[in-house]
Write a protein that binds this ligand. Structure first.
Ligand SMILES: [Zn+2]
Length: 284
């Protein structure tokens, strides 16, 4: 058993947009559920320990808007008729030159030569429940040639998501990183420009505002780090209702929504690590 699974790709379709468009913003809070590390790109020292520092702006801990946007995009791609090609290499998802550029995801999130209709501000730490240095396992980049990513016909399996797990099963290793600990809360805004109702529903769903899926941000996802609960704390678009109704008029989309919920629901989290020890090394 692996600490991840796939949501199958639905296939691309040109998006026909309604003429009734909305612009505005959703303010969100992000509650840390298992320790989160977003690498600032810098190292710091604590005695003899050199560790990877958490992202900061003006001395304050932040989750960069791009981090939440990337996570929301992956979710949105998995539950819509987006232009990810099944033949594509994992590292090139959404960046293929043959990309049609006219699917719902390109319209919302942007693509080559197409501006995003979404703007994510950085999310600032507003409640600090502790910061700690944790040694995490060394991770390796995605290996697209890995047979785990392809089905028996050699077709790309879909969008990959890591399972959540209880905080007491996080895997430890040798790489010291600065973590923001559970109970801490970040807040920030998501601005949207000229989305139709269906796109707005998809945005709310992909941000985890339905309340039953948690997102994963930052480092150590296979080792059960980075689980967060996202809530809308100020919006005038009824984000909760929108998130919950997304996909209900399209059977295939509804199927993927269900599959994603099985993967990312906190209720379905692992309570025992699926990692194992081989040659004195933990791995999965
Ligand atoms: Zn597209």
């Amino acid at each position: 058993m692996k600490p991840y699974n796939f949501v199958p790709i639905l296939g691309a379709k040109k998006y026909v947009k309604s003429h009734e468009l909305k612009s505005g913003k959703v303010r969100v809070s992000i509650e840390v559920v298992t320790p989160v590390h977003i690498f600032s790109g810098y190292y710091n020292e604590n005695g003899s320990t050199v560790y990877r520092e958490f992202a900061k702006y003006n001395g304050k801990y932040i989750i960069p808007g791009s981090s939440l946007k990337g996570c929301a995009r992956a979710i949105a791609e998995s539950v819509s008729r987006s232009c990810i090609s099944t033949k594509q290499d994992i590292r090139k998802i959404g960046k293929d030159i043959k990309d049609q550029n006219d699917c719902i995801i390109c319209d919302m999130f942007g693509s080559l030569g197409k501006k995003s209709r979404l703007r994510f501000t950085d999310l600032v730490l507003v409640k600090n429940s502790g910061v700690d240095i944790i040694n995490i396992p060394a991770f390796y980049g995605p290996k697209p040639e890995n047979k785990n990513y392809y089905d028996a016909d050699g077709k790309f399996k879909g969008v990959k998501f890591y399972n959540h797990g209880d905080v007491n099963i996080i895997e430890k290793g040798t790489i010291p990183c600065e973590f923001v600990m559970p109970g801490s809360i970040f807040e920030g805004d998501v601005f949207f420009d000229d989305l139709d109702d269906n796109e707005l529903d998809l945005l709310c769903f992909s941000l985890g505002l339905s309340g039953d899926i948690y997102l994963k941000l930052g480092y150590g996802k296979p080792a059960y780090y980075g689980s967060v609960k996202v809530k809308s704390i100020d919006d005038d678009i009824d984000a909760l209702k929108r998130a919950n109704r997304y996909g209900e008029n399209d059977g295939d989309v509804a199927k993927n929504v269900k599959r994603l919920k099985e993967l990312l629901s906190w209720d379905k989290r692992h309570t025992k690590s699926v990692w194992h020890t081989v040659n004195n090394q933990r791995g999965y």
